[in-house]
Ligand binder design. Structure first.
Ligand SMILES: [Zn+2]
Ligand SMILES: [Zn+2]
Length: 213
């Protein structure tokens, strides 16, 4: 398949790489129909995030069609899914509290690894985001393997176009969380600094919380 790969600072390449395969029973293989570039990808492009390896496949905002499933996946071939950035087992202490980004099982890196130093706590696995988050291949590719596919992916009803739902993978929930953290109440006045995609989704989310105007 074709995939976007990282080769060093300011060096990413579209290359032919091996197709992903089912590794664990709960895996699914997704044929990507839409994918996005995130501001967080710039941290990889600029080599700000450590533990990238040459040839790593980028991309953590993607959606597509289920083409293959392991015996433990609850997805069905042909279903359309949006896949969240975070990889989570759904069964550990943190997943039980819906604190999926702290999943104890999805990141095989040593728990005293870089993610604890960089972010303050050992992280879950992430798609396409360095080896300190598990070294998982990302979705800026034709196909991707989705581990724990019974936990993260959101099945999308027919009739909703990719453009309407793709941003559920990361950037819309990020904007929503920004608005939610502000504890906006009806009648509040809200200002948003930095209106890139996250800022625009923070604005949209704030409207749902009914500030004045
Ligand atoms: Zn992102
Ligand atoms: Zn977990």
């Amino acid at each position: 398949m074709r995939a976007l790969t990282w080769h060093g600072k300011h060096d990413v390449r579209m290359e032919t790489v091996p197709d992903p395969k089912i590794v664990n029973p709960r895996d699914a293989i997704i044929r990507i129909t839409s994918t996005a570039i995130c501001g967080s990808d710039l941290h990889l492009y600029d080599s700000y995030i450590p533990s990238m390896h040459r040839g790593d496949i980028l991309g953590h905002e993607f959606m597509g069609e289920v083409v293959e499933t392991g015996s433990g996946s609850n997805l069905k071939k042909g279903e359309r899914v949006v896949v969240p950035f975070v990889i989570a087992c759904g069964q550990c202490f943190f997943c039980g509290k819906q604190q999926f980004s702290a999943c104890d099982n999805s990141n095989p890196a040593d728990k005293t690894d870089l993610s604890e130093i960089a972010y303050g706590y050992a992280m879950s696995g992430l798609f396409g985001y360095s080896h300190m988050t598990g070294g998982y291949a990302g979705g800026q590719a034709e196909y991707v393997r989705v581990p724990y596919s019974d936990v993260g992916p959101l099945v999308i009803p027919d009739g909703l176009e990719d453009d309407k739902v793709l941003f559920l993978s990361d950037i819309l929930p990020t904007g929503w969380m920004a608005a939610e953290n502000c504890e906006i109440e009806p009648g509040d006045t809200v200002a948003v600094w930095g209106c890139g995609p996250v800022g625009l989704f923070a604005v949209q989310s704030a409207f749902l919380l009914e500030p004045t105007g």
